[in-house]
Design a binder for this molecule. Structure first.
Ligand SMILES: Cc1cc2nc3c(=O)[nH]c(=O)nc-3n(C[C@H](O)[C@H](O)[C@H](O)COP(=O)(O)OP(=O)(O)OC[C@H]3O[C@@H](n4cnc5c(N)ncnc54)[C@H](O)[C@@H]3O)c2cc1C
Length: 117
């Protein structure tokens, strides 16, 4: 585990809720602003100027961690399926109770597709 999150015994694993607790403790000690969209980033002298939904911010350094998997990609073919075929992207799938009680086709065989199958 990342040392910033505290000590961890060798070959031991923290549970998910323990990791969340540690991240929350770390975040409580930082000036975190949640739910604020960054709409522009420019160089400003030796640092950067950011335009955000919560006002302008200047910073010496910026880490962009906006993710590369947060836009669902649905094949164009999906639009040609009849409306009676329910379709879900993995981003909105939460469990089998969501699905009609009929045959299911999982499209895509990477980790998420295999876990869902
Ligand atoms: C459907 C699905 C299932 C997955 N299942 C697993 C799994 O079982 N196990 C696993 O290990 N990984 C899984 N992953 C992958 C995992 O979610 C990603 O690898 C991980 O979340 C990437 O973390 P990240 O911090 O780089 O980006 P994200 O978690 O995508 O975080 C990026 C953040 O940046 C924010 N953001 C974006 N643009 C802006 C902006 N302009 N201003 C402010 N904020 C912005 C977003 O709102 C988001 O909160 C899954 C991914 C998907 C899509």
């Amino acid at each position: 585990m990342n040392r910033l999150l505290g000590e961890q015994a060798r070959d031991a694993y923290a549970t998910g809720s323990e990791v969340v607790r540690r991240i929350e403790r770390l975040a409580a000690a930082c000036p975190v602003r949640e739910g604020v969209e960054v709409t522009r980033l420019d160089r400003a002298g030796e640092g950067y100027a950011l335009r955000t939904g919560g006002g302008d911010v200047v910073a010496r350094a910026v880490v962009v961690a906006t993710g590369d998997q947060n836009q669902p990609m649905v094949p164009a073919l999906a639009r040609r399926l009849p409306a009676r075929v329910a379709q879900y992207h993995t981003a909105s799938y939460r469990g089998p109770g969501q699905l009609p009680d009929e045959a299911v086709l999982v499209v895509g065989s990477a980790q998420s597709g295999c876990q869902i199958a």
